[in-house]
Design a protein around this ligand. Structure first.
Ligand SMILES: Nc1ncnc2c1ncn2[C@@H]1O[C@H](COP(=O)(O)OP(=O)(O)OP(=O)(O)O)[C@@H](O)[C@H]1O
Ligand SMILES: [Mg+2]
Length: 257
């Protein structure tokens, strides 16, 4: 994860010793995670591993029980979602990520609610440069779109905030394998290539690894593996653990952090 000149990359988002849940008992614990500037970082793991809880804790939605979160070096621990949005954290939740009863254009306009009218117009144009596929869909109601188009609208809506870092919770949930690959390659990777840092939660581990620079595996609320995505893809045993779901991963829990 070092840059060409050997200097350590700048870290867009850093999480240290995070513990979080919904009551007094932690659902996730001891999580350390870095998202370097302009990189795509994936968090994979089985159902119920705590992936969404981790994101919600970072975003000030779940209950933070301990730990520290920094954004480009500045402490943002316990800041609420609205403040984080103003600081450049864009969040696309697993569910309820878009307004069904509104047109695509209206969804994007609502995404720019924090901007001036002029900024909104500029960002609207730029968002359509990133996702030109949305241009012919602007007047369509979201409820009439396909799953992939809908997810693109959800991501585009958050792009209207011009985020420094985009946090995506299972952007491929409910999509076919083919559409999932399209969303990951044509939407998530494109953002990474444009210099936006991305923290991506995905259950579709191979597809996520293919578009990520670095990956974490979470099992039962803890990070049990962390490595460059290319290394995991190339190493049969790491790959097996990563793809093995709860059973295999639990067997190595704590062993290869
Ligand atoms: N709002 C909530 N209140 C109480 N417990 C919750 C809440 N949301 C999630 N949990 C619990 O926290 C644990 C982790 O859930 P979480 O949604 O973070 O998992 P996940 O890794 O995102 O799973 P999935 O892949 O199914 O989305 C689960 O045991 C779940 O039941
Ligand atoms: Mg989840």
């Amino acid at each position: 994860m070092s840059s060409a000149d050997g200097a350590a990359p700048r870290i867009a988002l850093a999480v240290r010793a995070l513990a979080a849940g919904y009551g007094d008992q932690p659902v996730v614990e001891g999580v350390d995670l870095d998202v370097p500037l302009g990189q795509v970082v994936a968090v994979a793991g089985p159902n119920g591993a705590g992936k969404s809880t981790l994101l919600k804790a970072i975003l000030g939605i779940a209950r933070l029980l301990g730990g520290r979160i920094t954004l480009d070096g500045a402490d943002v621990t316990r800041l609420p979602l609205q403040k984080l949005a103003r600081l450049g954290v864009g969040y696309v939740p697993q569910l309820d990520d878009v307004f069904d009863a509104l047109r695509v254009r209206e969804n994007l306009e609502m995404g720019g609610y924090l901007c001036t009218r002029r900024e909104r117009a500029q960002r609207f144009d730029r968002t359509l440069t990133v996702f030109p596929q949305l241009t012919p869909l602007l007047e369509r109601y979201v409820e009439t779109l396909s799953g992939g188009q809908r997810k693109m609208t959800a991501i585009a809506r958050v792009l209207m905030l011009d985020p420094k870092i985009l946090v995506l919770d299972e952007p491929t949930a409910g999509l076919s394998p083919e559409l999932s690959r399209m969303v990951l390659h044509e939407q998530v990777r494109v953002l990474g290539d444009l210099g936006t840092s991305v923290l991506l939660v995905e259950q579709k581990a191979v597809a996520a690894l293919e578009v990520s620079d670095w990956a974490y595996l979470m099992v039962r609320g803890r990070v049990v593996m962390s490595a460059p995505a290319a290394t995991i893809l190339a190493d049969p045993s790491m790959r097996e653990v990563f793809l093995g779901g709860a059973g295999t991963a639990a067997a190595v829990e704590g062993a290869s952090r």
